[in-house]
Design a protein around this ligand. Sequence first.
Ligand code: F6R
Length: 248
Amino acid sequence: MRVICAQDYDAMSRQAANLISAQVLLKPDCVLGLATGDSPIGAYGQLIRWHRQGDLDFARVKTVNLDEYVGLGVTDPQSYAYFMRKTFFDYININLCNTHIPNGLAPDAGLECNRYDEVIQALGGVDLQLLGLGANGHIGFNEPGTSFVKGTHCVELSQTTIETNARFFTTAELMPRRAFTVGIFDIMQARRVVMIVSGRHKARAVRDSFWGPITPRVPASILQLHRNFTLVADQAALSLVPGEGAIS
Ligand code: F6R
């Protein structure tokens, strides 16, 4: 595990964008695993700027997103499909046919999960998986207690996640209670994993995930065993790490 300590959110975003950009430059037809939420917005913004300057070409890049709410379609402003277009895809030269997100409106959840795992396999797996970290240690929507060996599956969201994400919905009741998520097994298959974490409210999750025991109670802790894992975190997120001064 490699730890990059960034001063703040902007520095973290630049570091993460650098790693993603290097992946695209080294392998122009790479498969990127992407996340939504607040954490990656700055990195996507930086990648858009480099694309506009003519430094980054996404024409052959393929993407697979981590998750989607059950019941929300691509035109729903709260869906992750919509978020990806409005935050990233609409501003780069990616072919939308090469972007993949679980279908929140799929009538059969089991079939949709199998289909999504087949998509990832058909693409040859993920070259670089970008992750955020939930305040409860979740990755994707793999909540505490999830088995490490699951592929894509449909989850009941935890109360903590519902409360945290309800801020994006007009009323808390509109917040979906279920979501599709790629499994921890899928995430561990990615050839490289980059996690970005910012803010004091994530400090406990960072400490428990990477300076504590590996346990399904803290889903991200399994990343300690990934062969190519980089944590890019800002000082606030690293503030509870023992001997934090040693991290550069
Ligand atoms: C989003 C995802 C989630 C988020 C996590 C952190 O696709 O899979 O695991 O990465 O909840 O969310 P933010 O970045 O909003 O703090």
